[in-house]
Design a protein around this ligand. Structure first.
Ligand code: NAD
Length: 385
């Protein structure tokens, strides 16, 4: 069975789905590996490094003709048009946010597996959890960016030229990315506070060195599967008001809050921004075209408010650490492939909970249960966080 790695086409995407180490592991199981020329260039892996593993370095057309095509992101329209019925595509397809892609892959007769749909709470799925591996990278990088942009020190410094107090960092949202941001900011010497609507995250945040902030105006908002639920309008307004006071007391605010299938919740309002001191920095990991966790954040851009607050729209952070992100994603992806391959072929078993979670389309149909449901609550546009 031929497995190919394609060069990512999305603007700014520097990751590659398999690094040479993963190619070696997969070839050892009898799979034939093809790598599109220059596929690893953005992550500083050259064609020779793949060729040395025994993989064939091939044209785009040849890569697209393999039995299984693996990638980091989603196939674009040109790629979907080039695929033939019966082929398998594996990538982070965000099918809940992009149902049209799932429909077009089904229409093309392609079997699609989405790495961002791995059932994360299944212990056997943990080595395949690409959302966590990439969120860890993003959380680390968000803290580093915050430190780089802040015009003062993160650690306490005592020098002959004076003493610098440590920076006060606030992390909003303490999932995988938030916990990594806390740990990284702490390692850089900052004093870190954290807040999440899921109270069960308190011990995790404290274990990596943060002081947990509890809001009195909003109750617990834990949802299904370890995620948060969306807040009601009243809860959201109360949360924003109470958070504003905490935000104003911090120098750097890193926001990571997400609710599955919805636009990111707004945590830092215009009013909160006005109360922040000039020179403060916000790193908004929720920045998206639909709006982010901070008012006025623009994905991929840095804006400075009239009051001197720098807002960094920190979207796509894993791609800014392409070598680490590719190595981790490649481990997640090869774990899934090794799980699925029996006697050199992919053997699908829809009765397996893990497979039912990742298989989006098969035999010309959209088969994932979450996509079959016509639940308006999971639609992104119009859903207020
Ligand atoms: P996420 O990216 O969906 O959200 C990030 C954080 O934002 C979450 O902690 C969420 O509670 C918080 N949030 C949402 N709305 C908020 C609001 N209005 N105000 C403040 N915070 C808000 O989450 P994630 O990092 O993908 O992780 C979600 C959960 O899944 C975590 O509990 C994590 O431990 C769990 N998880 C479990 C496993 C496992 O069991 N193996 C693996 C991975 C993740």
């Amino acid at each position: 069975m031929k497995v190919s790695v394609v060069k990512e086409a999305a603007p700014g995407e520097r990751r590659v789905a398999l690094v040479p180490e993963a190619v070696v592991k997969l070839r050892a199981t009898g799979l034939e590996l093809l790598v599109e020329t220059q596929a690893g260039a953005g992550a500083w892996v050259n064609d020779e490094a793949y060729a040395e593993t025994g993989a064939s370095v091939v044209s785009k057309a040849e890569a697209l003709s393999a039995d299984v095509v693996v990638m980091v992101g989603k196939p674009d329209a040109a790629m979907v048009a080039a695929l033939r019925p019966g082929q398998v595509v594996i990538g982070m397809l965000s099918p809940l946010a992009d149902r049209d892609l799932a429909r077009s892959l089904a229409g093309a007769g392609v079997t699609a597996l989405s790495m961002d749909m791995i059932p994360r709470t299944l212990p056997r799925a943990q080595p395949m959890d690409a959302l966590s591996s990439q969120a860890n990278i993003a959380g680390y990088k968000a803290a580093v960016i915050g430190a780089a942009e802040y015009g003062r020190f993160f650690p306490l410094l005592i020098t002959a030229a004076g003493t610098a107090r440590p920076a006060k960092v606030l992390v909003l949202g303490t999932g995988v990315a938030g916990l990594q941001a806390i740990g990284t900011a702490r390692r850089l010497g900052a004093v870190v506070s954290a807040y999440d609507v899921r109270p069960e995250t308190r011990t995790e945040a404290e274990s990596v060195g943060a002081t947990f902030i509890e809001l009195t105006s909003v109750g617990p908002a834990s949802g299904e599967g370890g995620y948060a639920r969306a807040l009601t309008d009243e809860e959201r307004a109360a949360q924003q008001d109470e958070l504003a006071g905490h935000i104003a007391r911090h120098d750097v605010v890193i926001t990571t809050a997400q609710v599955p299938g919805r636009r990111p919740p707004l945590l830092v309002t215009d009013d909160a921004l006005k109360e922040m001191a000039a020179g403060s920095v916000i790193v908004d990991m929720g920045a998206s075209p639909l709006g982010g966790n901070a008012a006025g954040s623009v994905p991929g851009k840095t804006v400075v408010t009239e009051g001197g607050v720098t807002i960094i729209g920190a979207a796509g952070l894993p791609s800014t650490m392409p070598a680490a992100a590719s190595a981790m994603y490649a481990r997640n992806l090869s774990a899934l492939l090794l799980y699925l391959v029996k006697d050199g072929e992919l053997a699908f078993d829809p009765a397996d909970e893990l497979q039912a979670g990742v298989i989006i389309t098969r035999d010309g149909k959209v088969v994932h249960p979450a996509l079959a449901e016509e639940g308006a609550a999971r639609e992104l546009p119009g859903a207020a966080g």
